[in-house]
Ligand binder design. Structure first.
Ligand code: EPZ
Length: 462
């Protein structure tokens, strides 16, 4: 892949949203999978770590960066701020010595919620940041009040005017100050924003009731590689001692635990034995426990490789999504697809996002029997699913429809593929290599309206 500086002009090497929505994915089900799949770098680590590179006035090399639409958008936002950024395959070279703008461009930010993560690093480096409010998306209202309250506790003045968050630090050095911050909810994003902002603050910051997700730890490890002083990442109390400045580093991102979990479910739902690496097995403890409860066996073949041996049948089990180390909300839809084919009834409770069951209607279109009541879904197992035309409504819902399609009788046609492309690197090539029968083809007629209409606020933007 040729070296090329990132500009704000268009996306390359990944399907644009309009390309994605001008095509559909056809899947012929009931073909067993076999073999090994390579797991890409973690999307949710890459997005924050790229934002964190704004903290450093020197060269940063970031490895194992997945080629995804969301990652490209984050790169474009940094380029729009005047940052030099080059992409070579899965490696990013970033130099944020000159940040010429403190305002992020609305047209890109409006498509990527995670772009709000630049507010912490910009405020820490420049003492000012102007970021469009990310707004809600299909899975929930997703306010940023905890991010804002954390920055205010560190001395930032934050105003929201005309949909833009204006944040600035008054006083001589325009430096943030260390503070004791208790989070009402262990929000991943708010923990990451405060942690990044605190790395260059005067004094010490403590975050109580912090998020413990592996992506928070990955970000902390990256910041420490830059010279930050952080303790307790991965626990519910994180302490950051501010330093005057940070230095260059060469850092490799963790493998994606949600992509790994998705492929484990692909093995279980198609009754196939497959192996996958690299993974960090500890990051998947809750997922593995629930797969074992459905009757599958998960073998740790080596420190970074897992193998799934499917059960003869799929047993029903109840699931409740929780902050890490609880069961991840980002695996809820995939497990719902699996449990539609279980022997028995399963109760799935979504506690993290208030609107993350939009895949239910599409799975029911394929012959599943799922009833929703508030944030609970009762999944009555059926003996088979049948292929049908379905619409992806968000990233993990699209993964659930792919899994259901792999297990269904006949052909499934998935529309609105821009969701899938946001979070899964080369998923079709990986599934084809495992023996799946699928193909991405141009959609017949203009279906872009479907993708626009099915998202009340123009799609998920994580
Ligand atoms: C991160 O989102 C992930 N995204 C999400 O992954 C993941 O689902 C989520 O964490 C939970 O694990 C990225 O890392 C880019 P939160 P984030 O702040 O940071 C509420 C995927 O599929 N909240 O932990 O936005 C919020 O509304 C995506 O890859 C506030 O009320 O999640 C939600 O209900 C989807 N106020 C809950 O907390 C705030 O200021 C959890 O949100 C912040 C959050």
């Amino acid at each position: 892949m040729e070296d090329r500086p990132i500009t704000t002009q268009g996306l390359k090497d990944t399907h644009t949203q309009s390309d994605a929505d001008a095509s559909v994915l056809q899947i012929w089900g009931k073909h067993p999978l076999k073999g090994h799949v390579n797991i890409s770098g973690a999307k949710n680590s890459a997005l924050t770590i790229i934002a964190a590179s704004l903290l450093c006035p020197q060269d940063c090399r970031i490895r194992n960066v997945p080629n995804l639409v969301d990652v490209k958008r984050m790169e474009q936002i940094l380029a729009a701020l005047g940052v030099k950024i080059e992409h070579h395959g899965n490696v990013l070279d970033i130099n944020a010595s000159t940040i010429s703008h403190s305002k992020a461009p609305y047209e890109i930010v409006s498509q990527l919620r995670a772009s709000f993560f630049i507010i912490g690093p910009l405020l820490a480096r420049l003492g000012v940041a102007r970021i469009p409010l990310p707004g809600g998306c299909t899975i929930g209202a997703r306010p940023v009040d905890l991010h804002v309250r954390g920055l205010q506790a560190m001395g930032a003045d934050v105003q929201i005017e005309h949909g833009i968050v204006h944040a600035y630090v008054t006083g001589g050095q325009r430096k943030l100050r260390g503070a004791k911050i208790y989070l009402d909810y262990p929000s991943v994003g708010a923990t990451e924003t405060i942690m990044m902002a605190a790395t260059l603050a005067e004094g010490e910051t403590t975050i109580e009731n912090a998020a413990q997700e592996p992506e928070v730890v990955d970000l902390a490890n990256f910041c420490q590689a830059l010279g930050a002083r952080i303790r307790g990442a991965g626990t519910n109390t994180i302490t950051i001692a501010g330093v005057p400045s940070l230095h260059s580093t060469d850092y490799a991102i963790n493998p994606d635990r949600i992509e790994a979990g998705t492929f484990l479910v692909a093995g279980a739902i198609t009754h196939s034995e497959i192996s996958l690496s690299p993974v960090v097995p500890e990051h998947l403890t809750a997922v593995i426990a629930k797969l074992q409860a459905t009757g599958a066996q998960i073998i740790t073949e080596s420190s970074d490789c897992l193998r799934i041996l499917p059960g003869d049948t799929i047993k029903a089990t109840d699931i409740e999504t929780l902050p890490y180390p609880g069961f991840p909300t980002d695996m809820q839809a995939q497990f719902m697809a699996l449990l539609t084919l279980s022997e028995g009834n399963s109760l799935i409770t979504e506690t993290v996002f208030e609107n993350r069951m939009r895949h239910v209607a599409e799975l029911n279109r394929m012959g599943a029997d799922i009833r929703i009541k508030g944030n609970h879904a009762l999944v009555r197992g059926v003996s088979m699913l049948s292929g049908a035309p379905v619409v992806a409504t968000d990233l993990r819902a699209s993964a659930a429809l792919v899994l259901a399609g792999l297990a269904a009788e006949g052909k499934t046609i998935i529309q609105c593929l821009h969701h899938l492309d946001r979070g899964y690197e080369h998923i079709e090539a990986k599934l084809l290599a495992l023996g799946a029968k699928l193909e991405r083809i141009p959609a017949v007629g203009d279906i872009s309206g479907v993708c626009l209409t099915n998202d009340p606020v123009l799609s998920e933007k994580d």
